[in-house]
Design a protein around this ligand. Structure first.
Ligand SMILES: *Cc1c(COP(=O)(O)O)cnc(C)c1O
Length: 393
């Protein structure tokens, strides 16, 4: 299976058929499994066999199919599926660090990731240093002998800064630190983060993997040693496992993810090109644009693909921006991304509301900033919708 091309892996990878030989993957909605004998139960808890299940918090056939399929796509040896993206971020970080350790992270992070680093880890005696992730000198200056983990979003939310996975991995590995990447915005379709040096790659499956706004999920990918030896014990004992039903949704999502994400990225580029320099915009941010500060890095790291999100800054602050959002007729106002439906988000008053104003300013989260997740609608309709809403702004 590992020789297959991505689209074949996404349709057939990880399939396990029951005695009925079903075409579509079965949903094993069961919490547990029956043993033929007491000896078999004992043996299974000793983990001697392959492909044997004990309890759905530890593993389940539908969940295992999803784990195998996403691991094949990412080029990772193994994966552990989680209840949400945040369960994945928390699980990866908590299983790798202990009191007294040092963590270096990029400051441009999803709000909940920042909470885990700044509130939870610090409460347990982990020292956290935040750096400007795009500045390699800051990474070099921040890592130390006791740095256990470096953590960053390879493409940041919502300002779409891209961090050099290969270069930061080299800096981290030089001091023996593990590299943990929240890779949502790069998407599993465009990412090659494991090959570029990441030890652990995390996705919120809620985003592009489902891609249709139905269910929460997440996944932690890495070497078998890390996933089964370090991550699984933490996850299975703390309860953040993915439900079999959600795993089935994510499995079916993977079948179409390559088609969806490529179509969304094409539309995102068209939209970014159409509105770059628009008189109502102070700024258009899309990593696939040549004007993006890190376009050369994107060529190297993501094969030139800029992802499925564009962000732009509307002149006239929050008032003008709310007029724009309220005028949208095709795109909806919400806070998911990677969905079939285009979604407009105002980070300053929603996803990043919690941050103090000066931190917002530092991260570029201005009152006029809109994060626009490009969906699967016809791009001409999206361009017309954005144009008429900008007129209202
Ligand atoms: C959505 C998101 C998460 C959290 O995922 P959930 O599935 O909502 O828990 C983490 N990181 C990034 C970058 C995200 O976009």
């Amino acid at each position: 299976m590992s020789d297959w091309k991505a689209r074949t892996k996404l349709v057939h990878g990880g399939t396990r058929r029951s005695q009925y030989n079903e075409v579509s993957e079965a949903i094993f909605l069961t919490q547990g499994f029956v043993y033929d004998t007491a000896e078999q139960a004992e043996a299974r808890f000793l983990k001697t066999g392959e492909d044997e299940f004990i309890y759905a918090r530890y593993g389940n056939p539908t969940v295992a199919m999803f784990e195998e399929r996403i691991a094949l796509l990412e080029g990772a040896e193994d994966a552990f599926a989680t209840a949400s993206g945040m369960a994945a971020v928390n699980g990866a970080l908590m299983s790798l660090v202990k009191a007294g350790d040092h963590v270096v992270a990029a400051q441009a992070l999803f709000g909940s990731c920042l909470y885990i680093l700044e509130d939870i880890l610090r409460r347990f005696g982990v020292e956290v240093t935040l750096v400007d992730g795009t500045d390699l000198e800051q990474w070099r200056a921040a890592v130390r002998e006791d740095t256990a983990v470096v953590f960053f979003e390879s493409m940041s939310n919502p300002t779409l800064e891209v961090i050099d996975v290969a270069a930061v991995s080299e800096i981290a590995h030089a001091v023996g630190a593990k590299v943990v990447i929240d890779n949502v915005f790069s998407t599993p379709v465009f990412s090659d983060a494991i090959a570029q040096g990441a030890d652990i790659v995390i996705y919120s499956a809620t985003k592009h993997i489902d891609g249709q706004g139905r269910a929460l999920g997440g996944v932690i990918l890495g070497s078998r040693e890390i996933i089964r030896g370090v991550v699984e014990p933490y996850m299975k004992h703390t309860g953040g496992s993915m439900s079999p039903f959600n795993a089935w949704i994510m499995l079916k999502g993977l079948e179409t993810i390559d088609l969806r994400v490529n179509a969304q990225a094409e539309s995102a580029l068209r939209i970014a090109q159409a509105f770059e320099g628009h008189e109502k915009l102070a700024r258009m941010i899309y990593p696939g644009l040549e004007s993006h500060a890190q376009n050369a890095l994107i060529q190297r790291q993501l094969g030139g693909k800029g992802g499925t999100v564009v962000s732009f800054d509307i002149k006239g602050g929050q008032e003008a921006t709310f007029r724009f959002l309220n005028a949208l007729e095709v795109a909806v106002i919400s806070n998911n991304l990677g969905d079939a439906k285009s979604i407009a988000t105002h980070p300053a008053t929603t996803t990043h509301q919690r941050l103090p104003d000066e931190q917002k300013a530092e991260l570029g989260i201005t009152p006029g900033l809109v994060r626009f997740s490009v969906g699967l609608e016809d791009v001409e309709d999206l361009i017309a919708d954005l144009a008429q809403a900008l007129d209202v702004a």
